[in-house]
Ligand binder design. Structure first.
Ligand code: HEC
Ligand code: HEC
Ligand code: HEC
Ligand code: HEC
Ligand code: HEC
Ligand code: HEC
Ligand code: HEC
Length: 429
């Protein structure tokens, strides 16, 4: 159904003889921003909020406690964590989060910060601001969190084993992990905390309130002036959620036969009809999809695709050892085609299936009898697109994730999966 039609249906359902608040008749959020029904934000252009200065997230929480509580379990808040002699502390809700120990041979007193450690994996930074890499000392320096969908168990793995020189945690690295980042240059010839590996500075560790709303010193003393920046475009989120940082989103970068992390913006642009959506159509910007899944999404697939069925998987449950997954639209249309820290091993997903640890936003599935090599360009550095700029995910990422003979789903090959995909949605879109 087109968005225009959905809007009409909503309007009809909401037409009541007396003008009273009818449940479900709030402003529809499936409309792209700018249609006149969205809240009107006061400052949508000046990211400096009139040259204000940064106050830190605690200051915002004083008047916005609800949003602060939501944000306090979002991965944004934990992209960079200060170490004070022991492991960083994470909220209780985050059951998979945490880094029990630094790498072998390293003591917590030799660690200044931990990068992430909240949803997928963690790296460790030394007291001089350099990231511990395997190549310089032979140690396994990346901690992978447990990741049940691909069978990864918590533990240390190699990180940059080919690198023999110290790895500075430079602007390119911290720009996505901090609030108020500034590169080291003539205007800012400074190293954060005087640690030489930190080439540049930041105001607050993690992606906190002012990373998206700009510095708050002119908003707080005078809230009615609403001097707080808000940008609702996909391009805005895409600054961090694209490779390289702040790209135009024209390329979905890939490595080792997986999409690189931070690809959501270029993926969405290559998803066909969804390219017109904002991230905020589906996402609440303050709520975690990992640790607050029930509340984080504003729209389900069925809200916009009310007649689409479950493609012969209605009510089915996938089981592999302790891992249990209720089949959903996302099970097939948002497979783990991107890889951040880990991928499924042969004993959990077989030798043909491809299972990374980050869901794709390409949504479209390529039903052809072709393997993953057809999903990428010739040198496997980018996802290939058709003449209309659309990408599509191959069946070794989609169906073979489950149908590989290890769990309770019978084994399929790309060829046998392809033979049934054409008739998977008998009811049509
Ligand atoms: C002293 C209380 C107070 C503090 C502290 C505060 N806010 Fe607000 N904020 C408000 C009020 C009240 C409004 C609603 C203003 C209105 O609509 O008149 C608001 C509105 C906003 C808006 C919406 C702006 C718009 O155009 O509608 C954003 C975004 C925002 N605040 C972010 C922040 C951030 C980020 C911080 C921390 C730097 C912060 N606030 C700290 C009271 C506060
Ligand atoms: C990743 C970016 C991001 C971060 C981090 C973020 N916000 Fe927002 N916030 C947004 C966007 C985008 C909107 C407006 C659009 C929407 O909600 O769809 C918004 C809306 C708001 C609003 C106005 C609308 C409302 O729901 O009342 C307030 C107030 C606000 N944010 C405060 C905060 C505070 C306080 C924090 C930190 C605890 C914070 N935000 C962290 C992106 C962010
Ligand atoms: C300053 C950089 C930055 C900006 C701006 C940003 N993000 Fe993120 N976001 C990150 C990083 C880094 C992660 C963690 C890595 C990952 O999961 O891909 C993340 C994670 C997320 C997650 C997973 C959260 C969880 O707890 O499971 C969602 C959802 C998300 N971002 C949505 C958004 C949306 C929507 C916007 C725009 C309103 C946005 N981000 C803007 C850096 C950013
Ligand atoms: C059509 C709806 C939709 C749109 C549009 C959308 N997302 Fe998502 N996003 C989802 C759903 C659904 C999930 C997965 C939730 C789950 O894991 O069950 C998700 C998950 C994520 C994750 C976590 C991925 C992972 O596996 O770690 C990030 C990060 C994210 N989205 C960022 C974005 C950004 C940035 C944009 C805009 C460029 C965006 N999303 C647009 C629906 C959407
Ligand atoms: C805000 C509304 C909205 C949401 C939410 C939404 N879609 Fe869509 N989607 C559309 C529209 C509109 C189209 C184009 C018309 C159509 O095919 O029905 C579309 C098209 C598609 C297509 C075909 C893409 C192409 O152009 O070839 C797929 C696949 C798809 N959606 C899957 C999903 C899945 C899976 C979800 C949930 C994660 C989802 N959609 C959530 C609005 C939405
Ligand atoms: C078992 C896997 C699977 C599940 C579950 C699934 N789909 Fe699909 N879907 C597919 C495949 C495969 C295609 C591609 C068919 C083709 O191109 O021949 C597809 C195509 C689509 C399309 C494109 C239009 C079309 O019919 O060609 C839309 C939209 C869509 N699905 C939405 C959904 C929604 C919404 C849900 C959840 C209610 C869902 N799908 C559940 C496998 C699945
Ligand atoms: C998240 C896991 C998962 C994914 C992804 C998945 N399936 Fe399944 N599928 C299952 C499970 C579990 C069953 C039930 C198996 C059983 O009862 O023997 C099933 C059953 C089936 C059936 C039999 C359904 C019927 O009508 O009886 C077919 C055919 C099938 N899958 C094909 C596919 C294809 C093709 C894809 C990719 C487009 C796919 N599946 C993706 C888990 C999955």
């Amino acid at each position: 159904m087109s968005r225009a039609k959905i809007w009409t249906v909503l309007m009809l359902a909401c037409a009541a003889p007396v003008f009273i608040a009818t449940p479900g008749c709030e402003v529809p959020t499936d409309m792209p921003p700018g249609n006149g029904n969205d809240p009107v934000y006061n400052n949508t252009t000046d990211r400096t909020n009139n040259n204000a200065s940064f106050l830190g997230a605690d200051a915002c929480g004083a008047c916005h406690p609800g949003i602060a509580a939501e944000h306090s379990i979002h991965a944004h808040a934990f992209q960079l964590n200060r170490v004070e002699g022991g492991p960083p502390e994470f909220p209780e809700e985050a059951d998979r989060a945490g880094v029990p120990n630094p790498p072998d041979g390293v003591d917590w007193s030799q660690v200044s910060y931990v990068i992430d450690g909240y949803t997928k994996s963690a790296q460790f930074i030394d007291l001089d601001g350099f990231v511990y890499v395997t190549g310089t000392n032979g140690l396994e320096t990346q901690w992978n969190l447990e990741f049940p969908p691909n069978g990864t168990e918590a533990g240390f793995v190699e990180y940059e084993s080919g690198r023999t020189t110290p790895k500075p945690y430079d602007y390119e690295s911290f720009v996505r992990h901090t609030t108020g980042p500034q590169p080291f240059d003539a205007d800012n010839p400074m190293f954060q905390e005087n640690r030489p590996g930190f080439a540049g500075t930041w105001e607050e560790a993690g992606v906190q309130c002012e990373a998206c709303h700009g510095p708050g010193s002119k908003h707080v003393p005078n809230p009615p002036a609403r001097n707080a920046f808000v940008d609702t475009s996909a391009k805005f989120c895409g600054e961090c959620h694209s490779q390289p940082f702040d790209s135009d989103g024209s390329a979905i970068e890939a490595v080792d036969g997986f999409i690189k992390p931070y690809a959501q913006y270029p993926e969405l642009l290559a998803s066909g009809a969804h390219a017109a959506l904002s991230c905020l159509t589906c996402h609440d910007p303050h709520k975690s999809v990992t640790y607050d899944r029930e509340n984080a999404l504003r729209k389900t697939c069925q809200d916009c695709h009310p007649t689409q069925d479950m493609a012969r998987h209605q009510g089915l449950t996938f089981v592999r050892g302790d891992y249990v997954e209720q089949l959903s639209c996302e099970s097939c249309h948002m497979s783990f085609a991107a890889r951040s820290g880990s991928q499924g091993a042969v004993d959990t997903v077989g030798s043909v299936a491809r299972v990374g640890d980050t869901r794709t936003h390409i949504f479209r599935i390529n039903p052809s009898n072709t393997d993953f090599t057809a999903m990428f360009n010739e040198d496997m550095t980018e996802v290939a697109k058709d003449a209309n700029g659309r990408a599509a995910v191959t069946l070794d990422f989609v169906c073979l994730r489950c149908h590989n003979g290890v769990g309770n789903a019978f084994e399929l090959t790309v060829t046998s999966a392809s033979a049934v995909t054409a008739t998977m949605h008998p009811d049509g879109p």
